[in-house]
Each structure stands twice: as structure tokens, then as C-alpha cells.
Design a binder for this molecule. Structure first.
Ligand code: ZN
Length: 499
């Protein structure tokens, strides 16, 4: 068989597997949005059967033979096709080199750890969760060893989320970023200018939803190939051809719903912008978690916190919430939208302090992965480092090391993606503003098409053709860099917080 015909067979099979996996996306969304509580056991059994089917289809020897043959003849493939084979090979190896016994043991341990985490967080009782976290770390190390990465497990895990990134590469960015960010945060939070967050209380939920849908539609989310529903946690799931967004509403915190939804919309716009003819292969897949996060953050922060955005939307906001905003000055509203404060909780943090929370987790993950930190000592290490990096010492484990779900599911190496995404978002922002000088004027008219088209062309259309750093280099002229983010934060926040 010719190389090209083998490649065609591989792509057809990958697209078929993608259809199969997309069913899991619908099931996952349904579980968060619709599932009656009494049916949770049935859903767990459905998930188990479904996972087994996906695993069986992904590990068929024929698929392995095509991949092996194309790996040998990769010189005959173009660059894009080589990426497709490389990624398919990576996924195939993951599924065939991990013993079924290990996969089942890990799934069971993760679901126990998640339950234990929920209970422990509620009671701020780290001791009851500690054995589960210990087990998750052992499983993460064991998985890396099955894939031949026992010598550098943390690099294996970082690469899972951001292809090509390593602990050393992350460190080379985070160390100087921290040195610049800590004094900048201090300068802002110690400013005599204080946002009045009490302005944003008592906003009826139905009007919030009306506003939100108007915003999301105008940003360019395609509701013919996507939905927005209510769930406990905001997320973006589904499939590029059927994107499912969720949000939640609080009467006394309208910005939480607005910004988290714009964030998820950014993820959704990326998915909807992937080239449909390649969906199922690496050329129709997001480049990695940092790239994904760059898309959500650029819409959430650079766009939706900008003056130009609020110039257009403020009249409509005032119309919908007239009794709340009567007598509130525009500048006061804008400052409340851009409130900066040190919070103990990562997910409640603003874009200035957020990255400090990530650096804290990165430091601890390194130590957990190389076993220089024992899980029994985690709370103390967390609190100490939090005081140093974030500038806040947690009062209990609930607002300390129990606050995030990630480690309970074995997601080590995921946290750095958030900050890498913020770096990339700022790099893209600087580049697009140079290339489209009237971008902000267009925002002030409610026109986001130029930005969306630029992102479609420069990021979305590329799929997973390039690894994270190479993508940044290709689109912005440099690899991942801290300077555009620091310039953006200084230019955006210092004028606001200077009396
Ligand atoms: Zn996100």
C-alpha cells in the first residue's frame, strides 16, 4: 500500500474514533446539566461500558500497524501529516502501553479521591484526603514509568497538556515573571484607589442572562453549532461541531457569570474555529491547554475588561440594571470591573494576582513529583509558600491546599498551562493590535469580527500543527515570553490605580 493511501486510511479511522469519543462529550455535558441525582449510578455504569468500548476501538492492532508503517516512512509525508501521525502515535501508545489493570485501578482511585476531596474540602479536613493524594501521586509516577518516562515524570505530565513544554522551560519563564509581578501586585493593592465592589449587588439573574447572551452572540459564538446552559460549574465541552457552554448566576456577583462565560466562550470560539475537514486529526484539534487558555483569557481579559468594550456595552448594562446603577459614575463601574485584590482562592483571583497562585502550585508539584515533599507536609509547605508568593497565609486548608480539584483526578502538570496561556494571550494581543491598529475603535462599536477573523486565521486554522512554543513564535515572532503580559498589566492597571 502506498504511503498516501495508508495515511488516508489512518485519517478516516481517526475521524471515526473522534465521532465515538464525541458521544462521551455529550454524556459528560448531560451529567453536569440534566442528570437526575437518582440516576447517577446508572450513568457511572454507562460511562464504564462506554470507556471500555472507546479503549477497545483505540487499541485495535490495525491502527497500530498503520501508525508504525507511517512512522517508518514519515519522510514521505508533509509537515502537517507528520504531526497527525505523531499525535495519533502518542495517543495509541498511551492506550496500548498502559496495562488495562492499571487503567481500571487508576479510574477507581480517582473517583474515590474525588469523593474524598469533596468531603475533605467541605470539612477543611486534609488528613482524611492525604492518603488519596498520596495514591494519585504514585499513580502519576507509575503512568510515566509505563510510558518510559520514569526519569522525568513531571516533564511527561507537563507535555501531556502542553506539547513540547518542560519543567525547565516553565521555570525559565516563571522565575523572572514572579520577580516582576510581586512588586506590581503590591503597588496596585496598596494604592489608595479602591474599587467599590458593593456597586455590583442585587442584579436579577434573568437580566444577567439576557445581557450575557447578547454579549456572547456579538463576540461571534455560533449558537447554531453550540448551546449555553446552567450548571454548577462553568465549562466548555462537547465537540467542535457542537460546543456546549455552561454558566451559573449569582444575584450578588454579576461579574462572575459575565467573565466566566466570556472565558468559556473564548474556548468555544477556538473549538468552532478549528478546520472542520480535519476534526478528529491533530490538524483539527486545539494546539494544547496553553493555547486553549490563551483564547479564553484574551476574550475574558484583554477584550471584556477593556475601556472600548465597556464604552459599547455600558448603556445596555445600565438599561437592564437601571435601579442598581442609577447614580453610579462610569469610572466607578469601570474600576469595579477591574478590581484587583489578593484572594486566597485561585478561581476568585483577578488577572493580576492569578499567576502567583499558579507559581505556588508549580513549586509544589515539582516537589511532589520528585518526592522531595511528602504529602503529609503539604499543608505546611503550601501555607508557607503562599505567604511568600501570593502574599497571603491561608487560615485553613479549605482556603489552602484543599481548594483545587485537579490533583484529586491525577492532573499534575496542568496548572502551568494557565499562566502559559496568559503569556500567550498577551503576546497575541500585542501582535494583533500592531497588525490591526483600529481594533479598539471597532470594539467601541461592538464589532469583534476583526479580532475573531485574525484569531481564526493565525491560531484556530492551524489546529495542533505546532507545539506551544513554536505556535507562539510563528504567530508573534517570539517564543513564549513574559514581557507582553507585564507590559499589558502595567499599561492597563497602573493608570487605574494611580490616585
Ligand atoms: Zn479556561
Amino acid at each position: 500500500m502506498t504511503t498516501q493511501s495508508t495515511y488516508a486510511l489512518l485519517c478516516a479511522e481517526l475521524k471515526r474514533l473522534d465521532k465515538l469519543e464525541s458521544i462521551g462529550g455529550v454524556l459528560g455535558w448531560d451529567e453536569q446539566v440534566n442528570l437526575p441525582p437518582g440516576s447517577a449510578d446508572l450513568r457511572a455504569e454507562q460511562n464504564a461500558v462506554y470507556s471500555e468500548l472507546v479503549h477497545r476501538e483505540w487499541t485495535r492492532p490495525q491502527l497500530g500497524e498503520w501508525i508504525a508503517s507511517l512512522r517508518e516512512r514519515s519522510g514521505e509525508l508533509d509537515e502537517g501529516a507528520r504531526r497527525v501521525v505523531e499525535e495519533a502515535g502518542r495517543k495509541y501508545d498511551e492506550r496500548t502501553k498502559l496495562p488495562p489493570e492499571f487503567v481500571a485501578r487508576k479510574a477507581a482511585a480517582s473517583s474515590r479521591a474525588y469523593q474524598a476531596w469533596v468531603a475533605a474540602r467541605g470539612a477543611s479536613d486534609y488528613a482524611s484526603y492525604e492518603p488519596h493524594l498520596r495514591e494519585q501521586i504514585e499513580l502519576a509516577l507509575e503512568q510515566a514509568a509505563h510510558l518510559g518516562r520514569e526519569a522525568d515524570p513531571y516533564n511527561y505530565w507537563i507535555d501531556q497538556f502542553d506539547p513540547g513544554m518542560t519543567q525547565a522551560a516553565v521555570e525559565a519563564l516563571f522565575t523572572p515573571l514572579r520577580e516582576e509581578l510581586v512588586p506590581l501586585v503590591r503597588q496596585i493593592v496598596e494604592s489608595p484607589v479602591k474599587p467599590d465592589e458593593s456597586l455590583l449587588r442585587g442584579f436579577p439573574v434573568d437580566a444577567q442572562e439576557v445581557f450575557l447572551r447578547e454579549v456572547i452572540t456579538r463576540l461571534g459564538f455560533d449558537f447554531k453549532r453550540g448551546r449555553l446552559d446552567r450548571a454548577v460549574h462553568p465549562f466548555c465541552g462537547g465537540h467542535p461541531l457542537d460546543v456546549r457552554l455552561t454558566t451559573r448566576f449569582h444575584v450578588d456577583n454579576p461579574l462572575d457569570s459575565l467573565f466566566s462565560s466570556v472565558h468559556e466562550t473564548g474556548h468555544g470560539l477556538y473549538e468552532q474555529g478549528l478546520p472542520p475537514e480535519h476534526v478528529g486529526t491533530a490538524l483539527g484539534e486545539a494546539a494544547g491547554m496553553a493555547a486553549h487558555e490563551s483564547q479564553s483569557r484574551i476574550w475574558e481579559n484583554q477584550v471584556a475588561r477593556s475601556r472600548a468594550f465597556w464604552r459599547y456595552w455600558e448603556p445596555r448594562y445600565r438599561e437592564l440594571f437601571a435601579d442598581r446603577l442609577d447614580g453610579v459614575e462610569s469610572d466607578a463601574l469601570y474600576l469595579a470591573v477591574n478590581a484587583v485584590a489578593i484572594s486566597p482562592i485561585r478561581v476568585d483571583s483577578d488577572e493580576v494576582t492569578y499567576n502567583l497562585h499558579i507559581m505556588l502550585r508549580f513549586e509544589l508539584e515539582k516537589r511532589l513529583m520528585d518526592r522531595s515533599l511528602d504529602t503529609r507536609d503539604l499543608p505546611g509547605a503550601w501555607n508557607e509558600l503562599s505567604a511568600q508568593i501570593v502574599g497571603h497565609r491561608p487560615r485553613n486548608d479549605r482556603e489552602g491546599c484543599l481548594q483545587d480539584v485537579h490533583w484529586s483526578g491525577g492532573a499534575f502538570g496542568y496548572f502551568p498551562s494557565y499562566t502559559l496561556g496568559n503569556l500567550l494571550a498577551a503576546q497575541l494581543w500585542e501582535t494583533v493590535n500592531k497588525q490591526i491598529p483600529d481594533l479598539q475603535e471597532r470594539f467601541a462599536e461592538g464589532d469583534y469580527r476583526p479580532l475573531l477573523d485574525w484569531l481564526r486565521q493565525n491560531v484556530h486554522a492551524l489546529g495542533k500543527r505546532y507545539k506551544t512554543d513554536a505556535l507562539a513564535r510563528r504567530v508573534t515572532g517570539t517564543g513564549l515570553s513574559i514581557h507582553p503580559l507585564l507590559r499589558y498589566l502595567r499599561e492597563h492597571y497602573l493608570p487605574l490605580y494611580t490616585a
